[in-house]
Design a protein around this ligand. Structure first.
Ligand code: MN
Length: 195
């Protein structure tokens, strides 16, 4: 299931999970957003769908302003265990740089068809329209991921906050919240403690 993930990595050099242990749980799927100081700083947005973490690299990170769309570039499926990974990938290895668990929690699928019937997460992913309500420590409420199907950005997705009580155009969590939701550490502390 994670051949592409495994082929990119040398597990004698990186402490990232090898991806053959933890099982998924579709009743209470998880999400994680990892701040990743690779060659270009970005936020990896991952949703548990069909036993894997579907993944997107979001260069600017999530916004909670519904009028702001953030580019989300799809990346390879990651094993469920990856949601617990915080540390530093050695320089020279794939994705070399420090990884912080910026936010983690659970989510529910809120994508419905015209008859108000639920569209499954797998189907949502295949159709290129995902709507979830997340319950994290930093972020809450509805988020949509929409795949662009034409134009020069075709194949990339857009991440947007849906309008609800957790939307706020005047607050930027990426700028304001800079510590790990799991360990409380800063990027510099994670980097220092890993070396
Ligand atoms: Mn990344």
């Amino acid at each position: 299931m994670h051949e592409e993930y495994q082929a990119k990595r040398d597990f004698t050099k990186t402490k990232e999970p090898q991806g053959n242990s933890r099982k998924g749980n579709d009743l209470c799927p998880i999400f994680v957003i990892q701040k990743h100081a690779a060659s270009n700083l970005h936020y990896d947005f991952r949703l548990e769908i069909s036993g894997t973490l579907k993944s997107w690299a979001v260069p600017k990170g999530p916004s909670i302003d519904p009028s702001t769309k953030r580019m989300a570039i799809p990346t390879e499926d990651h094993p469920i265990d990856y949601a617990w990974f915080e540390g530093t990938i050695p320089q020279g290895e794939y994705g070399g740089g420090t990884v912080m668990i910026w936010d983690k929690g659970t989510f529910v699928n809120i994508n419905k068809d015209k008859n108000a019937a639920e569209i499954s997460l797998e189907e949502s992913y295949q159709q290129g329209r995902i709507e979830v309500r997340i319950e994290g420590k930093k972020l809450r409420g509805g988020f949509a991921l929409i795949k662009m199907k034409s134009g020069k950005m075709a194949g990339n997705w857009l991440l947007t906050k849906m309008k609800d009580e957790f939307a706020n155009p005047d607050y930027d969590p990426v700028q304001s919240e800079t510590l790990s939701s799991e360990s409380g550490r800063s990027m510099a502390e994670i980097a220092a403690q890993e070396s």
